[in-house]
Design a protein around this ligand. Structure first.
Ligand SMILES: O=c1ccn([C@H]2C[C@H](O)[C@@H](COP(=O)(O)O)O2)c(=O)[nH]1
Length: 175
């Protein structure tokens, strides 16, 4: 039997496609071992097929690195962690991700924006923008604008309560 397409699955679940793909990103975020900020990303091609999924995690085989936030020390997770966007791109099942849309639970940082641009993605849909005041995230906006890659905040379109609940996302602000 032929595998059902993502579009058919979304319709079976009575979900708008945007909701379906953001739900995949949210689900992926839940796999992350980051105790503070779990991020998920889902890459979708023009035929509405998922071609890549990723979450923030330590590099393969590096299971003993710290999850602490100790800026300026070797104990700081930010030195080691692979971002969800990078992992989604590296996990792609297609030859490339040109012309695809990225659904991501956290607005991408500047390093991820550069990747998104260089990989030829066409749009970014994000759920949470809790770091928008930070310089790397402002730089990211500048990069995406300069590259003419539209980004939009996700707004659920389905009236499916289970789905809306599944969108609960860690919005803890920086201390
Ligand atoms: O674009 C991004 C930005 C950040 N992440 C990951 C990297 C870290 O694991 C967390 C952020 O941790 P904080 O403690 O909130 O600083 O998010 C990402 O995957 N993509």
């Amino acid at each position: 039997m032929a595998e059902a397409m993502d579009e058919d699955r979304a319709s079976t679940l009575n979900l708008h496609e945007d909701d379906y793909f953001m739900a995949q990103a949210v689900l992926a975020s839940k796999i992350s071992k980051d105790p503070r900020t779990q991020v998920g990303a889902c890459i979708v091609n023009k035929d509405l097929e998922t071609v890549g999924i990723g979450w923030n995690g330590m590099p393969n085989g590096c299971d003993n690195l710290p999850w602490a936030r100790e800026t300026g020390t070797l104990e700081d997770k930010h030195l080691y962690v692979c971002h969800a966007e990078l992992n989604a791109i590296l996990n792609k099942k297609s030859a490339d991700v040109k012309g695809c849309t990225m659904y991501v639970t956290l607005f991408p940082c500047n390093e991820c924006a550069k990747l998104i641009i260089q990989e030829g993605l066409k749009e970014v849909v994000y759920l949470c923008d809790k770091y928008k005041a930070r310089i790397p995230f402002q730089a990211s906006r500048k990069l995406l604008e300069e590259a003419k890659i539209p980004f939009k905040e996700f707004k659920p379109k389905s009236s499916n309560t289970e789905f809306t609940l599944s969108l609960e996302y860690n919005e803890e602000m920086e201390e």
